[in-house]
Design a protein around this ligand. Structure first.
Ligand code: OGA
Ligand code: ZN
Length: 363
């Protein structure tokens, strides 16, 4: 394997993708990983990298068995796996990318709670979750508190003014329409919060009433569809800031955001949608009419047969979904025909992503 220094003193390694990179001595020096440089319990640096000699150079370098050995002009030295370097230089993340979906599953991502003691099985669940933005889990228990137990397998629960968990039951003078028996169309929860809750888990304790079926729809897939089929609508939905608001006796929560939010490069970031809570800003009449037409189109796509997945949560089942990507809803139910009780809570994206990285590194 050929290895050489270029005129800038950077290392060039003629090996797979590494040949596309010039490795700067300071960049590699900061990565020395033995106990002199990194605390071996937490992999954190024991010195201040900003104070390293900016003129540092490679003193010696050679490769043996796919391992790079280097010595620097400040007398430090270390070894690096070429494969690991390769991965880092290509910014390879082990978190899988989103896969958009429509209502055409041959098999739903349903997992059995009884197998969740196996690391491989949890890892598979989390990969599906990253790709699809939701999973369903069966055979949990019908006991209250299950949702918290499940959530804490991944990470801490995000408590809100609804509590650590919330009980989705029909009650009088409800401070949210979720706590009535009305149907709720596809929506993202709590778009009025800063930041919005990342992940929602809804666990079914009882679903004996007539109605109360669940739905999920992939906001990412709908955004991609609109971009292709209705670029003008897509443009207005991705640029208009809408106010979302929650009001009760104790608090008024407000936040602004686009119904489809993109990053600076135009990549999909998230969806926001809640026909119960949105306030369209003042716009010139023509622009306003265009916005309303686009929102209507979005609404119909979210509830279309092409995109909306419908199923029923039975007692002991739960669903976990990415609340900023996958919208959820339920049909109306009749309280006179039986009892319905769900418990829900929120966790952060950090928890599922972080757990998956940990598991993949273990396996
Ligand atoms: C909610 C909600 C769905 C359901 O509580 O946010 O959307 O099935 N509930 O009751
Ligand atoms: Zn909801």
């Amino acid at each position: 394997m050929k290895i050489s220094l270029d005129e800038k003193g950077c290392l060039n390694i003629d090996h797979s993708d590494l040949k596309n990179f010039s490795i700067h001595p300071l960049w590699l020096r900061e990565r020395l990983n033995t106990e002199k440089y990194l605390d071996q319990n937490n992999y954190q640096r024991l010195y201040e990298p900003s104070l390293l000699d900016p003129e540092i150079k490679f003193q010696k370098y050679f490769i043996e068995d796919n391992i790079l050995k280097v010595e620097f002009t400040d007398n430090s030295n270390g070894i690096f796996s070429l494969d690991k370097l390769n991965e880092e230089l290509k910014s390879k993340d082990i978190i899988p990318k989103k896969k958009s979906w429509k209502n055409e599953f041959k098999e739903l991502p349903i997992y059995d709670f009884n197998n969740l003691s196996e690391e491989k099985y949890i890892s598979k669940l989390l990969i599906d979750f990253q790709e699809l933005g939701f999973v369903i889990v069966k055979n949990t228990s019908a006991e209250e508190g299950t949702v918290i137990k499940f959530a804490e397998m991944f990470g801490p629960v995000r408590t809100t003014n609804f509590g650590k968990h919330f009980d989705v039951v029909s009650k009088p003078k409800a401070n949210d329409l979720a706590y009535t028996s009305l149907g709720i169309k596809a929506h993202t929860d709590n778009p009025y919060r800063k930041p919005m809750p990342g992940i929602q888990i809804l666990h079914c304790i009882a679903n004996e009433a007539k109605g109360g079926d669940s739905s999920l729809v992939d906001g990412y897939a709908v955004a991609e569809h609109l971009k292709k089929e209705e670029p003008e609508m897509y443009e207005i939905l991705t640029t208009t800031n809408v106010l979302f608001k929650f009001v009760d006796q104790d608090i008024i929560l407000e936040n602004y955001g686009k119904l489809i939010e993109l990053d600076d490069s135009g990549n999909y970031v998230q969806s926001r949608f809640s026909g119960r809570l949105d306030y369209v800003p003042y716009l010139e009449p023509e622009q306003l009419e265009s916005f309303y037409a686009a929102r209507k189109k979005l609404y119909y796509l979210y509830e279309s047969e092409e995109f909306e997945l419908n199923f029923r949560l039975e007692s002991g089942m739960l669903m976990m979904f990415d609340n900023i990507r996958v919208l959820h809803g339920r049909t109306e139910y009749d309280v006179n025909t039986g009892f319905r009780h769900l418990q829900g809570c929120y966790i952060d994206h950090d928890s599922t992503e972080g757990k998956l990285r940990r598991l993949k590194s273990n396996l």
